[in-house]
Ligand binder design. Structure first.
Ligand code: EPU
Length: 424
């Protein structure tokens, strides 16, 4: 297994380019299942374990894929199999994204129920509700979702989501683009990843209106075709790199971003005392002498993202005073806190809120990654901890951060990857 070994105390400086977004790549790749008409060329796809896992699922279904230099070519002309087995689905919850497109194109789909998750319950009831509204008959037996469209074709409907869900909105969109008639989606997620998926679907020939808002209107079309598409940047990776600059007292420019999509996070960096400057496609952050404590609530976009919550907690361990970080999306997403406390932080958990008492001097030790963003927070803490921090089980981090140690090294961090045996 791999671990990251970090010598803390280096001030980061320089510039780095954001990678392509993982969370928009996944639904875009799933959406290629909607048509066998041509070969897709997807640019700016990050080279990540989650993308490899999802590609394996597509290959299992019969898709042909090629990946080189962050460009993925996909043809789903030969897809005949509509079964997503447990062995592949269990590796990644986002596998549920194949349900909508397979049902829309083939009129039937069989997808294993995804398993549990490291940070609490993550149900899929809203995905199923959306498919049922579009006329699918759903049964769940022996751990599988069996979905069939009556008469082989989905029908437009009104779908009103009781809570905002990125995944369910994405699945509903992919199902609705080939449905007969008009679909409206109320309380749709408006995350940039959903906006990007909508633009991609329209580039394939779909007719989605209201893109980037919470009210979407989809006019079903008969056919779609393959297209070339440029994926957006990863706003969570970019935010994490900026947090690395802020926590080390550094000054870093992240290129290749759309600053508007980072607005809620940049606002908090400013409140924390950082100086933030943006151009059309870059953000430069300069850390203050002393970080100011901030209260943050993670909520759906355009609010502060839950995927930056763990990193923000790490950052606030260095702020002078008490910060409150609340997660309104995942109430139990706090696996990083005991590990951060082992590094010397003083953080309490009160229901879905972390109370961070700072500033604390952190000191390096071995810590364990438990999920993707928790791992990122431990790396951030390691960058300022005195001595050596070893972040074990880096495979969690590798699911979502492309070449993270190379990027941090290029900014001056002392971080290297080593192999180890789990019970050494
Ligand atoms: N929810 C339901 N029922 C559903 C679906 C969701 O109750 O059928 C609830 C969830 O339990 C949660 C809330 O709705 O409380 C929002 O979840 P959402 O569906 O938006 O999450 P997701 O689509 O499963 C994506 C990202 C996550 C990110 C969340 C929230 C991908 C592949 N995953 O998950 O990313 O945290 O949106 O923004 O896009 C990560 O990258 O580390 C990650 C976990």
């Amino acid at each position: 297994m791999d671990k990251l070994v970090i010598q803390g105390g280096r001030r980061l400086s320089g510039s780095v380019t954001a990678s392509g977004s993982k969370n928009s790549s996944l639904p875009i790749i799933a959406a290629t299942l909607l048509t066998g008409n041509g070969t897709f060329v997807l640019n700016n796809i990050p080279d990540l374990q989650d993308i490899k896992t999802f590609t394996q699922l597509l290959n299992h279904l019969g898709a042909e894929t090629r990946f080189a230099g962050n460009t993925m070519e996909i043809s789903t002309s030969n897809v005949k199999n509509v079964q997503a087995p447990y062995e592949l689905v269990k590796k990644m919850r986002a596998s549920i994204y194949v349900l909508g497109p397979m049902l829309a194109r083939f009129g039937t789909a069989r997808v294993s129920l995804p398993g549990g998750c490291a940070f609490g319950p993550r149900p899929i009831d809203l995905h199923l509700m959306a498919m049922e509204k579009l006329g699918a008959k759903i049964t769940i037996e022996t751990g599988y979702i069996d979905a069939t469209a009556e008469g082989g074709k989905l029908r437009g409907a009104h779908i009103d989501f009781p809570i905002s869900s990125v995944g369910a909105t994405g699945n509903a969109l992919m199902a609705a683009v080939l449905a007969e008639g008009t679909t409206t989606i109320g309380n749709a997620a408006m995350e940039p990843e959903i906006e990007t998926l909508s633009l991609f679907l329209n580039a394939m020939g779909a007719d989605i209106r209201g893109i980037g808002t919470t009210e979407l209107e989809i006019h079903g079309v008969d056919t779609l075709k393959a297209t070339e598409f440029d994926n957006i940047f990863d706003r969570i990776e970019a935010g994490t790199l900026l947090a690395a600059a802020a926590i080390t007292g550094g000054e870093v420019t992240v290129n290749g971003v759309i600053p508007e999509q980072l607005k809620s996070v940049l606002k908090k960096f400013v409140q924390a005392g950082c100086s933030v400057q943006t151009t059309g496609n870059s953000v430069t952050l300069k850390s203050p002498e002393t970080l100011i404590p901030t209260d943050v609530t993670a909520k759906p976009y355009p609010s502060f993202p839950t995927d930056m919550q763990a990193q923000w907690i790490a950052l606030m361990t260095r702020a002078k005073g008490t910060s409150h970080i609340t997660d309104k999306i995942y109430h139990e997403r706090f696996n990083h806190i005991p590990e951060l406390n082992r590094l010397g932080a003083h953080i309490e958990i009160r229901k879905n809120q972390a109370v961070v008492h700072g500033p604390r001097s952190l000191s390096g030790t071995k810590v364990m990654s438990t999920d993707l963003r928790a791992s990122a927070s431990l790396v951030l803490a390691g960058l300022v901890a005195e001595g050596t921090t070893e972040v074990l089980r880096v495979y969690h981090l590798d699911r979502g951060y492309e070449k993270i140690e190379a990027k941090l090294q290029s900014l001056g961090a002392d971080i290297r990857r080593e192999q180890y045996k789990e019970f050494e």
